[in-house]
Structure formats: structure tokens, C-alpha cells
Design a binder for this molecule. Structure first.
Ligand SMILES: N[C@@H](CCC(=O)N[C@@H](CS)C(=O)NCC(=O)O)C(=O)O
Length: 208
């Protein structure tokens, strides 16, 4: 059994979606980051940077932090969505999510969604960067069905939850034809619908 320590955020949903996709038995434990629960001593022991998500695999008592590392672990363990022969491509698109898509769109959330009017510089900078990321993903998806090639992989599972926040971005997902096609195809997967609603409170995936 896998225990997922998480909150209802794009990084958290990556892992609930993966666990649904591979059909593992798992339990979700909420870490309320708005109440600073991530700084509790017990949690810091398994998450040195005090961030969700983290999993504990009760099969071997191993805890893993960093969502990219968790996806790689679960991909290797299950033999799904992380094919050995495609790893060079999958790793690149996964690292691009971890290093660029998540952190930059995360800043766009901070300035544009949560704190508008506080910093013109921050709002403009991250709006521009987020738009560029939409275009770059769209360019890739024009020539490739999924991010790492013809198959749906952990790189898509890592990236999709960030695009699922598109209503906050005010960029207009509909205007990016290839990104929209990819977004909708993944949105219709049963495991994605289930993993998106990780706290079973009826959360629905935003449409285009
Ligand atoms: N690189 C990390 C980022 C995780 C992350 O930023 N988690 C946020 C929520 S989405 C968090 O735990 N924030 C609480 C904090 O930093 O205090 C990963 O992908 O696992």
C-alpha cells in the first residue's frame, strides 16, 4: 500500500493520477499547507524541503519526496508509463516540467492569481513566461502525439495538472490547438478524472 502525503495542488495531483493509472492501492493523507503542516517535524523527516507531495511505500517502508522522483519510482515499480527504451526522451520532458513548466507557471499563479496589483514587474514577467510555455508545449505537440513521443508517459502525467489550471492563467488554452487536443485527450482518461478528485470532494476537470 502506498501512502500519499499531499494537498490539492498540481504537484499533488500528478501523483494521485499516476497511482490511479497504475491501479495501486493507496491512501491520501492531507497536509494542509495553508496551516503550515508541511513544517511539522514528522513531515520534515520524509520531506526535507517541507513540500508536498511525498509517498511512503509500505511494501518496503521507503519514503520518496520530489514529484518527478516519485513518478520515476512508480513508473519503474509498475513497469508502466516509463518504458526503458523511451527514457531518454521521457526524462527530458519530465525534467522540463520539473525545472520550467511547474516553477514558472507557479510564479504566474502567485503574481497573477493570488496577488494581483502587488508587483507589475512580477505580473508581466511571469505572464510572458507562462505564455511562452504554452507556445513551446503547443509546438512540441504539433509534431508529437504526447510530450515524449507516441505514448502517454509520466512526462504527460507531470505536465497535465499544470495546464488543468488554465482558467487561472488567462492565456486562452483554446487558442493553442495542439495543446488543447492533448489536454482534452488526457482529461478524458478515467484514471485522470479519478486522480484529479483526490480528496473525493467532487472536483471536476476544467473544460477548454
Ligand atoms: N519540486 C517539488 C515542488 C513541490 C511544491 O512546490 N509543493 C508545494 C505545493 S504545490 C508546497 O509543498 N509548498 C509548501 C511550501 O513550500 O511551504 C515537487 O515537484 O515535488
Amino acid at each position: 500500500m502506498i501512502e500519499l502525503f499531499t494537498a490539492d495542488t498540481p504537484n499533488g495531483k500528478k501523483i494521485s493520477i499516476m497511482l490511479e493509472e497504475i491501479g495501486y492501492d493507496y491512501k491520501v493523507t492531507n497536509v494542509d499547507i495553508s496551516k503550515d503542516e508541511q513544517f511539522r517535524q514528522e513531515f520534515v523527516k520524509i520531506s526535507p524541503f517541507s513540500k508536498i507531495p511525498v509517498i511512503t511505500d509500505h511494501d518496503n517502508n521507503e519514503s520518496i519526496f520530489e514529484s518527478g522522483a516519485i513518478l520515476m519510482y512508480l513508473g519503474e515499480k509498475s513497469g508502466k508509463f516509463y518504458d526503458q527504451q523511451d527514457r531518454l526522451k521521457i526524462n527530458q520532458w519530465l525534467m522540463a516540467q520539473m525545472g520550467t513548466v511547474g516553477p514558472m507557471i507557479g510564479q504566474h499563479h502567485q503574481f497573477h492569481h493570488y496577488n494581483p496589483g502587488k508587483s507589475e514587474f512580477g505580473e508581466e514577467r511571469y505572464f510572458k513566461i507562462a505564455k511562452r510555455i504554452y507556445q513551446e508545449l503547443d509546438n512540441r505537440l504539433k509534431v508529437s502525439k504526447f510530450l515524449a513521443g507516441e505514448k502517454y508517459t509520466i512526462a504527460d502525467i507531470a505536465t497535465w495538472p499544470w495546464i488543468a489550471r488554465h482558467e487561472w492563467h488567462d492565456i486562452g488554452l483554446k487558442n493553442y490547438q495542439n495543446l488543447s487536443r492533448w489536454y482534452l485527450e488526457i482529461s478524458n482518461r478515467e484514471s485522470v478524472i479519478k486522480g484529479y478528485d483526490l480528496f473525493k470532494n467532487g472536483s471536476k476537470i476544467p473544460s477548454l
